[in-house]
Ligand binder design. Structure first.
Ligand code: GLU
Length: 150
């Protein structure tokens, strides 16, 4: 079962999220990822395998002056346990990211519809469909777009 950690607060986000993910390791996972907001840009790091693999590639990120972010440990259901399939998943713009636990049963038909509309997929996961579906509905109000997508 996957683990999800989100943080928004006064501490630097990356160590907080990593610590949270470590506490959830007992749930089992096959890959991990983290995203944080820095200077208005979402920065994403992902790795297959243990959290230590993720930690090894984000040395500099530990001190990133970001105070908002998300982390995920994945238990693959749709798509192999690869770096490309690790969460977070982005929409076409990269301005919207999604982390998710569970299964989107009708992901295949949604994916095909979104591809026809021009969305570009970079993973084999059901989760990525949600990022593109929110993007499809996004005008000015994110909450409205999420509700429509759900
Ligand atoms: N179904 C999603 C995937 O395969 C989420 C799996 C999970 O809950 O970790 O990426």
């Amino acid at each position: 079962m996957c683990g999800i950690v989100g943080y928004c607060g006064p501490r630097r986000v990356v160590p907080v999220v990593l610590e949270g993910l470590k506490r959830l390791e007992y749930r089992g996972y096959d890959s991990a990822g983290i995203v944080y907001l820095e200077d208005g840009v979402l920065i994403k790091h992902r790795s297959k395998g243990k959290l230590s693999n993720l930690e090894a590639i984000i040395d500099d990120a530990i001190v990133a002056p970001s105070h908002i972010g998300l982390g995920h440990t994945r238990w693959a259901t749709h798509g192999a346990p690869t770096t490309e399939n690790a969460h977070p998943h982005s929409d076409c713009t990269g301005d919207l990211v999604v982390i998710h636990n569970g299964i989107i049963e009708n992901y295949h038909s949604l994916r095909e519809e979104l591809k026809v509309k021009g969305h570009n997929f970079t993973s084999d996961t059901d989760t990525e469909v949600l990022a593109h579906l929110i993007e499809e509905y996004l005008d000015t109000d994110l909450v409205v777009a999420i509700k429509k997508a759900i």
